[in-house]
Design a binder for this molecule. Sequence first.
Ligand SMILES: *[C@@H]1O[C@H](CO)[C@@H](O)[C@H](O)[C@H]1NC(C)=O
Ligand SMILES: *[C@@H]1O[C@H](CO)[C@@H](O)[C@H](O)[C@H]1NC(C)=O
Length: 330
Amino acid sequence: MKLSSLLIAVAAGSAMAVPVQEKKRASPFQWIGTNEAGAEFGEDTIPGNYGTEFIFPDVSTISTLIDHGMNTFRIQFKMERLAPDMTGAWVDGYLQNLTTVVNAVTDAGSYAILDPHNYGRFNNEIITDTAGFQTFWKNLAGEFKGNNLVIFDTNNEYNTMDQELVLNLNQAAIDGIRAAGATEQYIFVEGNQWSGAWSWVDVNDNMKALTDPQDKIVYEMHQYLDSDSSGTNEACVSGTIGVERITEATQWLKDNGKVGILGEFAGANNDVCRTAVSGMLEYLANNTDVWQGAVWWAAGPWWADYMFNMEPPTGPAYTGMLDILEPYLG
Ligand SMILES: *[C@@H]1O[C@H](CO)[C@@H](O)[C@H](O)[C@H]1NC(C)=O
Ligand SMILES: *[C@@H]1O[C@H](CO)[C@@H](O)[C@H](O)[C@H]1NC(C)=O
C-alpha cells in the first residue's frame, strides 16, 4: 500500500492519523526495485568517455521510482573503469559519480546494490587471481563500509567458468569485504551460468559452501521468461513459466537454509508475459521465508524504447508494467 492510500484509509476508518514514522512498509519483500544501468554501457570501449560510451543513472528518476514504492536499486558499473589495475588506485571521477548515485539512493532510505557488471572477467579475461579479486573488494568495501544501506554484489553473471573458481571468487569477495571492516552490509553472491534460477540446482549446488562470519549472504539469481531464459525475446513461454523456472531453486534455498533474491527479472508488455511475471512475483511473495526480494531489469537513462525500460517517464516498462509490480511495492 502506498502512503497516500494508507492515509486515506486511516482518515476514513478512525479519528487518529498514524504518524508517518510508524508506517510499516506494505511490501512483503525486504528489497523491491530495479536495476539502474548506464555506467557499464559501451563495454567494448574501455575506459570510454562519459556521455559517449557510458552514463550514470539519473538521481531524479530514481527519486520518482522511490515515490512509487521502490526501495532497492542495483547499480551497474565496470570494474575496469573504476580500477584499471583491479588492485590499484581508483579513477576518482568514476568513483565520485558512482558514489553520488549511491548516496542519493541511501539518503532516501533505500538500498543501493553495487554491481560490478563484469561476468567474472576483467579486460575480457576470466578472473583467476582470487587474491587480487579479494583486494579489489576490500578496497571497494572500504569506501562504503560506513553506509549500511549499501549491498555488495560480488559480480554480475559469472558464466562459462570453472565451477570451483566461481565459488572461490565469491568467497574471496566475502573475505575482502569483511576484512575491510564492512561488517553490517549484506553480500549478494551470484552463481555460474548467468546465475540463472532455472539451472541453479544443476549448476550451482557447490555455492552452499560459502561462509560469512556475519551470516549476511543472500543468493542472487536471475530469471527471464523467454524460451532460452536470456531476456532477449518479447515472447514469454507461457503464463506459468515464471513459477516453473524458480520452483526448484526455491526448494534448494529451503533445503539448505539459505535466502535469495531475484536480482534480475523482466517481461515485455503483453498478456502472456504479464501473467507470467505476476505469477512469479506472487510465488516469491508466497515464499518470503527464502525469497527476500526482486529487482527489475532495468531502468537507466539510455534505454530509449527497449522493451524492459523502467525509466520514467516514458520507458515501455515504466508505462506498461509498473502496475504488475504495484502489489509488491512499499
Ligand atoms: C562524472 O560526471 C560528470 C558530470 O556530472 C562528468 O562531467 C564526468 O566526466 C564524469 N566522470 C566520469 C569518469 O564518469
Ligand atoms: C500463493 O498463495 C495463495 C494462498 O495460498 C495461493 O492461492 C496461490 O495460488 C499462490 N500463488 C502461487 C503463484 O503460488
